[in-house]
Design a protein around this ligand. Structure first.
Ligand code: SAH
Ligand code: DHB
Ligand code: MG
Length: 221
């Protein structure tokens, strides 16, 4: 399940992780807490976690939104990249995951910066609009709604704000012609629609970074 990058050479991924040390004790303990709570092991890979923090820092993000919290791993990465006084609203539909995430945020000492919001993301997004405009939106929940989350981001990001989306290589299936499994096929179609729409939307300039899982990055222009 460990998600890494590096031109299919595992040595490059090892090198990157040994050199850049993406996962400290706090993140390691979040991974372990999530596992103990039997959450699915689908948090971002360690290098992608670091990418989230760095990208957040690059744009001096103050107000961020995460769609899909799980155990709080990526939330802590994003929150670490926020300016002092910044705020991350992170949205999660599973009450169990949300509880684990709250513990993770507390363990990371970031409770003043992170608000975990329980509920369906499309509903929760409406309720946080009043706190916008936002600097950063990270999309990592149900793949069939990625395009809907993009619409929300287009309206609620500032100019120069950034959309990030995880898993946009669709576990290697994004360019595969016939996806057999119906569940996979539906997710792949959702991710293709998202990539197509962000690539062709004149409000964004976008790319797909070849990280382990594929990380789409779009800046609002
Ligand atoms: N970003 C997390 C991983 C998220 S996994 C990390 O890297 O640490 C995807 C999460 O999205 C799951 O916890 C799932 O419960 C949540 N999710 C799925 N559909 C959702 C929806 N409609 N609204 C809110 N959360 C949703
Ligand atoms: C799945 C979802 C994710 O966000 C992820 O990073 C990996 C897997 C999934 O639904 O299987
Ligand atoms: Mg993901």
């Amino acid at each position: 399940m460990e998600k890494r990058f590096g031109q299919n050479d595992p040595k490059i991924a090892d090198y990157a992780e040994e050199t850049f040390n993406p996962e400290d004790k706090v993140l390691k303990s979040i991974r372990e807490r999530s596992q103990k709570a039997n959450l699915p092991p689908i948090q971002v890979g360690a290098m992608d976690g670091l990418h989230l923090e760095i990208l957040s820092r690059c744009i001096s993000a103050q107000k961020a939104v995460e769609i899909g919290t799980l155990g709080g791993y990526s939330a802590v990465c994003i929150a670490r990249g926020l300016k002092p006084g910044g705020k991350l609203y992170t949205l999660e539909i599973s009450s169990k995951a949300a509880e684990v995430a709250k513990q993770s945020v507390r363990a990371a000492g970031l409770e003043d910066r992170v608000e975990v919001i329980l509920g369906s993301a499309l509903e929760s997004l409406k309720s946080i609009e009043k706190h916008g405009p936002f600097d950063l939106v990270f999309i990592d929940a149900d793949k069939n709604n990625y395009a809907n989350y993009l619409k929300w981001a287009e309206k609620n990001l500032r100019q120069g704000g950034v959309v990030l989306a995880d898993n946009t290589f669709a576990w290697g299936l994004i360019a595969q012609e016939n996806v057999e499994d119906p569940e996979d096929r539906s997710a792949v179609e959702g991710l293709r629609k998202f990539n197509r729409e962000i690539a062709n939307n004149p409000s964004f300039r976008a790319t797909i970074l070849p990280t382990g899982e594929g990380l789409t990055v779009g800046v609002k222009i």
